[in-house]
Design a protein around this ligand. Structure first.
Ligand SMILES: *Cc1c(COP(=O)(O)O)cnc(C)c1O
Length: 444
């Protein structure tokens, strides 16, 4: 980090606003037309297709190990639902002026992990499992019967291997549960933000949960070092993993059919807005990349971060990416949004997002709980505080000068009555009842 704030703030006035915990929107000046932007990215639609095909191959295995996925044939997917009552509430209570349709993508209710991490995390464990199984003859080829992986002989094979990951909670849950079920030894390195119930749940699966007094970046560092020293260990690297990223990207491909079912048109005259809470960047980045592949210039993706942990906007706005942390500008990185409590963003994701991302909002922690109650009271849907961050985007879109200017510049202002807005609900279903009650009564 440049020791000199003054110089950094002179070049990037937003740094001062971030340092002062101002709620803001940053519009990405580097966004390009998708025809051009897609050429700057090393990943393609073929990579998403490959990930989707792998998830299909594993569907019979998933269905067998996790009976709750039977109804969807072993495909881990969430519903997309209209939430008109929340829309009315936001317009009346906060003056949001939101026109068009408001939808909720309920990754909060994904099977197995109860969060968006059931996409990337589980995908990466399956990818690693398939690689090992093919290499060692546990599976003969892609056409083999993947339910073999449920058998004791297979579990005995995988028990020689270890999977490790650093996490603020939800990634550990998804990697931990899936790895334990395949038969791996699992070590989850949890940062100080991780909620106790997430650690307890993992231990019930026989996962070795290591706790650190430090933040996410440090937990990742420790986990990576421990894994690197063991040749039989695989480290899921949330900061750099293309596998995680592609697992998330598959969501967009499946969303196309869901939008059709809801009679939602997406084209130049009918813009689609997608809002995703951002931690290290893998989940929102993968989703954004997938959405761009499917909808090109008709989709506008915004991320949202807590004012104490705006690592992605800091990295992207200054161009320093993962070379700068929120602590470098005097923020704590501490937030009630445990899933977003990350001080240093993924450099890989930040670079991929440069030509793609429309912008980023930030919000104060107290709003997480207000928005949570708004959703619960109007739609009877519970999602965890981190996931509620996305509500901030639709509340502020028509109220902040910079986002209004974005709509104007992109020729969207007149099209807003035909627009569709998707709030990405990133977690919540596994939150125990007692903790839900606690959240519902939290007023900051
Ligand atoms: C992990 C997580 C996110 C953000 O994902 P990143 O890949 O860390 O950016 C958002 N919401 C919840 C609930 C999460 O657990």
């Amino acid at each position: 980090m440049p020791e000199n704030y003054a110089a950094l703030e002179e070049s990037y006035p937003i740094v001062k606003e971030l340092r002062q915990e101002t709620e803001l929107v940053w519009i990405n000046p580097n966004k390009t037309a998708w025809a051009q932007g897609s050429k700057e990215i090393e990943l393609t639609m073929a990579d998403i297709d490959d990930a989707e095909a792998r998830l299909k191959r594993f569907a019979p295995f998933i269905m067998k190990c996790f009976p709750e996925t039977r109804e969807k044939g072993g495909i881990i997917e969430s519903v997309l639902t209209p939430i008109p009552h929340l829309q009315t509430r936001l317009n009346e209570k906060y003056g949001s002026g939101l026109k068009g349709k408001l939808l909720l993508k309920q990754d909060s209710h994904l099977a197995i992990a109860g969060s968006v991490k059931a996409r990337g995390g589980i995908y990466e464990v399956l990818k690693h499992t398939e690689d090992l199984a093919l290499e060692h003859g546990i599976l003969t080829d892609y056409e083999d019967d993947y339910t073999k992986l449920c058998e004791p002989a297979s579990r005995a094979f995988f028990s020689k291997y270890t999977v490790q990951v650093g996490s603020t909670g939800n990634l550990g849950l998804s990697i931990g549960i899936m790895s334990a079920v395949v038969g791996y030894k699992v070590i989850v390195h949890m940062s100080n933000d991780a909620r106790q119930w997430k650690k307890d749940l993992l231990r019930q699966y026989g996962v070795n949960v290591k706790e650190y007094a430090s933040d996410y970046s440090e937990a990742v560092k420790q986990g990576r070092a421990e894994s690197d020293s063991n040749p039989m260990s695989y480290f899921v690297d949330d900061e750099n993993s293309k596998n995680l990223f592609l697992g998330y990207a598959v969501a967009a491909k499946r969303l196309v059919g869901q939008l059709e079912t809801l009679d939602v048109t997406v084209d130049e005259e009918h813009p689609l807005f997608v809002y995703v809470p951002c931690g290290v960047g893998g989940a929102p980045g993968g989703i954004a990349f997938g959405m761009k592949q499917m909808f090109g210039d008709a989709v506008h993706v915004f991320f949202v971060e807590p004012t104490q942990a705006p690592c992605m906007v800091l990295g992207m706005a200054t161009g320093l990416q993962n070379k700068i942390s929120v602590q470098d500008i005097g923020l704590t990185g501490l937030t009630h949004a445990d899933g977003l409590a990350v001080g240093r963003a993924s450099g890989f994701v930040g670079r991929v997002m440069m030509p793609i991302l429309s912008g980023e909002f930030t919000l104060r922690d107290y709003k997480l709980y207000d928005y949570m109650r708004d959703l619960l009271e109007t739609e009877d849907i519970f999602i965890e505080p981190s996931a509620c961050a996305s509500v901030q985007c639709v509340v502020m879109l028509n109220q902040l000068a910079e986002s209004k200017a974005y709509l104007e510049k992109e020729g969207l202002t007149k099209k807003m009555p035909q627009a569709t807005h998707i709030l990405w609900a990133t977690g919540g279903n596994l939150v125990p009842e007692t903790i839900r009650e606690e959240y519902i009564h939290t007023h900051l």
